[in-house]
Design a protein around this ligand. Structure first.
Ligand code: UFG
Length: 329
């Protein structure tokens, strides 16, 4: 019996495949390779190039493989792009998931763990965000992820599926082996952009606003190592396999770091001065996003190991310093 990882050639997907393989699981990966990389997929996993909106291709895969459960990462995930191209997000994230769930129901596959996001909360009212807090997304990406959660709820009720939605905070870092890591084009995330400076690919890092109501005026985020995220997916699948009910979990460290603290950590790790320039706020950025992950710790037994900021940045640097052009060089 195999675990099917959709979007398993992407950043968090490829790290989850790696952890599944290390745990001795039988893994099948499907990815359309539009944003993922074939080289990121562990060679011990069986690979299918397909798009989840292609119902026939999905049906063939479910016919060929004995799939026990699905871990679903396949989707679009850039906040800024989602504001410019909202229909792309509805089509890829919602229509793709609709086709997937229909095919799963028809093939009797009844367990799914999938990527949700901290973006479902919008501008949070609480210091530590809990799963029961108000969900009012301020961008289209978060809105489609929240709609996916709702779709799962109704499909579960009607068709006997069970699901776990994992709301990630700021995914970062790279696998300890140093051969897979974060590679987006265009890159928009803070840590890879900072590391482009010591890599000689940019002169300085821009700080998007220092007039927020935070300790140093820059935005606070909860940075969570991708290997810890990967582990949570495996625990969530095991949770469903022992018959537990559908659920939603936050995944973060519960500790917030400012943009300036992250830049300082990168200066210490790389030994490079990394010049920084303060510019205007980026539209749609909440001042502070920090997770309460008590529920995941309690119900999934999740125990994130790599919360230390320097450990996170050092693992990202190990990947970026040896792969300055990502998988292309
Ligand atoms: N930032 C800068 N300069 C940069 C890039 C980012 O100052 O060049 C700041 C941002 O303003 C933000 C912080 O660094 O305050 C982190 O930004 P990222 O783009 O790395 O991450 P976000 O917090 O914007 O996004 C993350 C996830 C999304 C998720 C979102 C929820 O990547 O998938 O959290 O709000 F939707």
């Amino acid at each position: 019996m195999a675990i099917l990882v959709l979007g398993g050639a992407g950043y968090i997907g490829s790290h989850t495949v790696r952890q599944l393989v290390r745990a001795g699981r039988d893994v099948v990966v499907a990815d359309n390779l539009l944003t993922g990389f074939r080289q990121a997929v562990d060679p011990k996993a069986r690979f299918y190039q397909l798009d989840i909106r292609d119902r026939q291709a999905l049906d063939r895969l479910f016919g060929q493989e004995d799939v026990q459960g699905v871990i679903h990462f396949a989707g679009s995930s850039l906040v800024g792009e989602s504001m410019r191209l909202p229909l792309k997000y509805y089509e890829n994230n919602l229509w793709g998931t609709t086709v997937l769930l229909q095919s799963m129901v028809d093939h009797g596959v009844d367990k799914i763990v999938f990527s949700s996001t901290a973006a479902v909360y919008g501008e949070p009212g609480q210091i530590l965000i809990g799963e029961e807090d108000t969900t009012e997304p301020t961008n289209c990406y978060g809105q489609t992820k929240l709609a996916m959660e709702h779709m799962m709820k109704w499909a579960a009720q009607a068709h006997g599926l069970r699901y776990v939605a994992l709301r990630y905070f700021n995914a970062c870092g790279a696998d300890s082996a140093g051969d897979i890591g974060e590679a987006h084009d265009p890159e928009t995330h803070l840590i890879p952009l900072i590391l482009q400076v010591p890599n000689g690919r940019r002169d300085k890092i821009s700080i998007f606003g220092e007039d927020y109501d935070t300790p140093d005026g820059t935005c606070v985020r909860d940075y969570i190592h991708v290997t810890d995220l990967a582990q949570a997916h495996i625990l969530a699948m095991d949770y469903l396999m022992v018959g537990k009910e559908s659920n939603v979990f936050n995944l973060g460290n519960g500790i917030g770091f400012t943009v300036k603290q992250v830049i300082d950590a990168a200066r210490r790790v790389t030994g490079h001065p990394i010049p920084a320039q303060v510019c205007h706020r980026r539209a749609g950025d909440p001042a502070r996003l920090v997770a309460s992950s008590e529920k995941a710790r309690k119900l999934l037994g999740w125990d994130p190991r790599f919360g230390d900021l320097e450990t996170i940045v050092a693992s990202a640097w190990k990947w970026h310093s040896t792969h300055p052009q990502g998988y292309d060089g």
